[in-house]
Design a protein around this ligand. Structure first.
Ligand code: NAD
Ligand code: UD1
Length: 347
């Protein structure tokens, strides 16, 4: 099969490209590199020993997209491209709405023009909003608390409308829980810009000494140790979920949402513990106030993905921490090792 991967140079996209290539698919990657590095693409090739076409292109540029579709035979699209920082989305909402929503509209227009109706979309557990009724299942009401979350929710609705208008569309809305970990080679992983917002990249940077200590956001949640509980899922399991979703999309029609999580929640203190085990280092932390907008507990009911996609997460918390740690120590400055070294040597 030949698959267009939008946002394929990013964290989840790069891991999914590896799985797609290893399973014998052809891929075409589109990315504007606004939040990723071309080095990730070289490393996908290095891990898999396979080559693929890359277009440094923006989804907002319809002409570029038309060129990609006319130059390649495309059976399906996996659509990762989007902006994802919650805090930033509050500061620059128009940019988020334009990039994520307009980008998806243009993608769908061009897909229709070329008769490509198979789509796997990166949604998020954020669409459950402030819902406290765990485990979260796909039939629960949705909501959003920030512009980023609203882009995911709106895109889900748009894609449902697109299918109502033309039932040739076959679409999987994958609601990811908390992706962490890295490829076991230690060659690709999460490379956040600046100071990380999310727990695991923050912990790994504290563990290598790049950041002084972790701030734990609140210990007064109604959880066993009072800290927030999340469903962390290994990015390679998540990538495998896309292949299963692709199979489903290729031999059915309609729009279906699927939770991709492990179904197990871990607290912040349990994550610190697991990282200390994986790294052999102690992780300094302090408890501070809750982060505004955070919920106490979130974990998935992924039984629909098990039943309909035949997908179940295989990797546990120790695999996640070990692989995140390996990526961090092998690539202390992410993909920018050489550039950072150069910067340091001139100052
Ligand atoms: P990422 O930022 O690493 O990857 C997204 C990629 O899309 C980047 O390489 C970026 O350069 C590219 N991109 C953004 N806008 C583009 C545009 N207009 N045209 C072309 N390329 C563009 O993010 P990720 O963590 O790999 O997430 C992938 C998708 O999954 C995103 O849609 C994100 O919202 C969603 N998601 C991520 C998480 C998470 O915690 N990482 C959780 C839930 C959902
Ligand atoms: C965050 C986003 C969410 C997004 C998800 C993607 C916010 C408010 N929410 O969710 O929209 O879909 O990432 O994975 O940004 N924590 C700390 N200290 C830190 C960082 C986090 O204690 O420095 C705690 C949080 O309070 C939470 C847990 O760790 O309990 C996980 O946080 P994080 O990794 O940011 O993920 P989410 O809060 O689930």
């Amino acid at each position: 099969m030949s698959i267009l991967v939008t946002g394929g140079a990013g964290y989840i996209g790069s891991h999914t490209c590896v799985e797609l290539l290893n399973a014998g698919n052809e891929i075409i990657v589109l990315d504007n590199l606004s939040n990723s590095k071309p080095e990730a693409l070289d490393r996908i090739k290095e891990i898999t020993g396979k080559d693929f076409e890359f277009y440094q292109a923006d989804l907002l540029n319809k002409n570029e997209l038309m060129t990609i579709f006319s130059e390649n035979k495309i059976d399906a699209v996996i659509h990762f491209a989007g902006l994802k920082a919650v805090g930033e989305s509050v500061s620059i909402p128009l940019h988020y709405y334009h990039n994520n929503i307009t980008g998806t509209l243009i993608l769908c227009e061009v897909m229709e023009k070329f008769g490509v109706y198979n789509l796997v979309f990166s949604s998020s557990a954020t669409v459950y909003g402030l819902q406290q009724c765990v485990p979260l299942h796909e039939e629960l009401p949705t909501g959003a608390t920030n512009p980023y979350g609203r882009t995911k929710l709106m895109i889900e609705e748009i894609l449902r409308d697109v299918h109502v208008a033309n039932n040739k569309w076959s679409i999987a809305l994958l609601r990811y829980f908390n992706p962490v970990g890295a490829h076991s080679s230690g060659r690709i992983g999460e490379d956040p810009n600046g100071i990380p917002n999310n727990l695991v990249p923050y912990i790994t940077q504290v563990t290598v000494g790049k950041l002084p200590k972790l701030k734990v956001f609140g210990n007064d949640y109604p959880t066993e140790d009072g800290t927030g509980v999340r469903d962390y899922i290994h990015v390679v399991d998540l990538a495998a979920g896309h292949l299963m979703a692709l199979e489903k999309v290729m031999d059915s029609q309609g729009v279906n949402a699927y939770n991709l999580g492990t179904g197990i929640g871990y607290s912040v203190l349990e994550m610190i513990d697991a990282f200390e085990r994986a790294s052999g280092n102690s992780i300094p932390y302090e408890i501070i106030d809750r982060r505004p907008g955070d919920i106490g507990v979130s974990y998935a009911d992924s039984s629909k993905a098990k039943q309909e996609l035949n997908w179940v997460a295989q990797k546990g918390i120790d695999d996640m921490c070990r692989d995140s740690w390996r990526w961090q120590i092998n690539n202390p400055n992410g993909y920018e090792k050489d550039q950072v070294k150069r910067k340091i040597s001139v100052t």
